[in-house]
Design a protein. Sequence first.
Length: 134
Amino acid sequence: TIQQTTRKITGRPEPTYRRTTTRTTSTGMKLDIQRSTLAPTVVYKGEKITVTLQYLIDGAPEKGVTIREKSTLSKGGKILTVLKDETNLKENGTWENPLSFAVPRSAQAGNYVVSLQISAQGRSQTARHTFTLR
């Protein structure tokens, strides 16, 4: 079972004045991973793993920007499953995306990699975390 949520944790208040400078989304939008975690890093079959991705969007248009969030589980360079693949409209601010999943009882012991990727308007950021299944 995979459980995930996405929530905005910070943002800018609506401006009460008009900006005198403008940013174009082709050069000024910032998409940046602020923090990324995985716990625990050593697990046994059936145990739950939680990965969290926190990222910043800045300089997006007022109507928001389309963000793709994709998370995969790999072993030995081969993708075993897509944990999440969603596209949503997001506004400027800091967003947090915790995702939890249980290690299947059929999984083989070894090292696994969870990749967390965000992308928008040709920009992409990826965080990778390793855990060991005993």
